[in-house]
Design a binder for this molecule. Structure first.
Ligand code: AMP
Ligand code: MG
Length: 315
């Protein structure tokens, strides 16, 4: 059963659920978000599962203030200027990740950058202040469906798949946040959204770079990645007998020889939570390749296999 929460008591209950690793849909001024504790990998994996997202694209991390956001990412120069001008508000900034911030690598899809936002809606502010930590939240809709601007939209689509919906009334902006990538030499628009580009350009005193991502693996949708994490070592897929010298990344019970096991219990949520950290760890060990066991192609297995296929693609 998905709980319907409201007001101050609703915030208290939402915080309790989020601390326990549950998923709660939360109101913001842009659209409703599907939130989980960004430090809890299994909880974050649950977001992808509940949405039926076939890909691990990185998630926006929500914070109560610029100060709290600055503990997760390095907000300097033009990023700081934009944050001061537009936070709280419908602007997401991509900045270098502070590795000591303790985010699950699933939030950033293994990248060294992080997307941060401080929402303005008072109920979202109250929730974030009470939670006192980073909340990862994409839009609270099943993958491929339109973003929800009311609690009723969320309930229609995700009821029974998430712990609760916090009702904050209809979303005022109704479209997603504008995303600006400030991790490179000049700010770049990744996704147009609720904050007009003209407002950003006024604050920057310069035109904003609109160039589409250049990487050939870039998805065509706006705001998507221009690069993705891939290990330096070759990645071999669907391996049952690893070649000599390769590091075996197992899945399921009974692999004492493995260098690591995504989930000895064969649990896809646990495997998703471990995916990026284990690839990073094995990439840092001596070995000729990372040989990955077959991962079942259902549920979160789709997103895991999508990411592994990209990691294994020739480059
Ligand atoms: P959604 O989760 O639906 O609100 O979408 C979030 C958007 O932010 C996606 O299009 C992501 O590709 C983008 N995004 C999040 N983190 C990063 C990052 N570190 N670098 C580039 N884009 C990002
Ligand atoms: Mg979305």
């Amino acid at each position: 059963m998905t709980e319907r929460l409201e007001g101050e008591a609703g915030v208290t209950r939402a915080v309790e659920l989020l601390r326990a690793g549950a998923l709660v849909a939360i109101p913001t001024e842009t659209v409703y978000g599907l939130a989980a504790d960004a430090r809890n990998g299994t909880a974050v994996a649950g977001i992808f599962e509940a949405k039926g997202r076939p890909r691990f694209n990185p998630l926006i991390c929500h914070l109560p203030s610029l100060q709290a956001a600055a503990a997760i990412g390095a907000i300097e120069g033009e990023a700081l200027r934009l944050a001061r001008a537009f936070w709280p508000g419908p602007l997401t900034l991509v900045v270098p990740l502070r590795p000591e911030a303790g985010l699950s690598p699933l939030v950033t899809a293994g990248l060294q950058t992080v997307a941060l936002r401080v929402p303005a809606l008072p109920l979202a502010q109250a929730l974030l202040a009470a939670f006192d930590g980073p909340l990862a939240a994409p839009s609270a809709n099943p993958s491929g469906r339109i973003s929800p601007s009311t609690a009723a939209h969320v309930a229609e689509a995700l009821s029974g798949r998430i712990a609760a919906v916090l009702d904050g009334g209809p979303a005022e902006v109704g479209v997603e946040s504008t995303i600006v990538d400030c991790s490179g030499p000049t700010p770049r628009l990744l996704r147009p959204g609720g904050l007009p580009v003209e407002a950003l350009e006024d604050a920057l005193g310069a035109p904003l770079n609109h160039d589409a991502p250049t990487n050939d693996t870039a998805p065509s949708a706006p705001g998507q990645l221009s690069s993705h994490y891939a290990p330096a070592k070759p990645v071999l897929l669907n391996v049952t007998t690893p070649p000599e010298g390769a590091l075996f990344l197992a899945f399921g019970p009974g692999h004492p020889e493995a260098a690591a096991n995504l989930s000895a219990a064969g649990d896809l949520r646990e495997a998703a939570a471990n995916l990026f950290s284990m690839l990073h760890a094995l990439d840092a060990q001596p070995g000729t390749a990372i040989a990955v066991a077959p991962i079942p192609q259902h549920g979160l297995g789709l997103a895991i296999n999508d990411r592994l296929t990209r990691a294994a693609a020739p480059r």
